[in-house]
Design a protein. Sequence first.
Length: 426
Amino acid sequence: MKVLLSAYYCEPGIGGEAAVGWNWALQIHRFCDVWVLTQEAGHRGIEAFLARESLPRARFVYLDLPPWAAFLNKVGWGAPLHYYLWQLAAYFAGRRLHRRIGFDLVHHVTMGRYWMPSFLALLPIPFIWGPVGGGESAPRAFCWTSSLRGNIFELARDVARKMGECDPFVRHAARKATLALATTEQTAARLRILGARDVMVHPQFGMTREERRSFRLLPIRRQGAFRLISIGRLVPMKGFHLGLRAFARVHAIYPDCEYWIINEGPEMNHLKALARRLGVENKVTFWGRLPTLQEVYRKLANCDVLLHPALHEAFGNVCLEAMAIGRPVICLDLGGPALQVTEETGIKVKASTLDEVVADLAKAILRLAEDPELGVRMGEASRQRVKEHFGWVSKGDFMSRIYESAVKRESSQGHEVTIRWGQKAD
């Protein structure tokens, strides 16, 4: 089978959506001849990998926009426009490739937003879309609970998403998709409204054996003051303002407990001011952006619990990493994190009202602070869950079956895809 993979972001070793594009390429390469259409920005990292390890069934086609478009990625509003223009160029490049090679199907993996089009859906072959996310929204009770800047950002996001849903090329991609993969039920609902015929919820991220093995080398923490950690860009949707309020209640009972926050972002000053108002600034450490992922993981290993109160998130890869390290996760019962965390691996808090969420988050923290062995048991269960349900090899096996079924469905014109996500340990 010959597959054209659309991966706007694709590069080894840097995490985020680039890791998603790269790992899908590696897995598809196991069972198909794959041509990966990606940005020139990933050229150096990909070629450095290929110099060390051969991928005989994978070809990388680097596509860039003219120099005048380079400035778009340097301004926040310009990045979606850069992607849109790149997708237009990708269609013409993909069409030329298809005429020469004759692909069996095209699969779009990054960028993973359901409200941004993939023009490669215009090719006359089966089209797999996703996993894509972005359909998640903060519950109405939490609107306007952050800073003014944060509220404006969320409003702008909602407007951009509604505009994207009106784009005829987005609607065409949804209707053309032989199968649309959504990261959450919220995104699945939006895809169905756009006209997708067959939609399945499937996680965007996974973890390799090597990653799981390296995370297992980080020991379970059994001494020192109880310590929470939150990791992520400091933006309203991460809900760190909720985490600070909950921590302040716990601090009143256990004054030695600590809260570490990793990364930077536009909400930094607002969060620092909130910590001062709550009287916990001496126990909250803002580490900023750390230079390497390994330093982030060492910080995570030096804490007892990951607190991740995101108000809307397609996946939340940091939850998966914390679970692989053997740490329980406290999150809201929303979006991607809620699909990863179970009663055995952490605590999910219902997103009701602001006061109730803060109170319930504080109760969850206290429960783990007062019962260290519970945290250890949850940590071990977390590692097992990552192994059984989030391995990249299992995701690759799953996609192989999806491809075969998708091609058969198109050829029979009416036979539905019946494969469903049921991953096994790899």
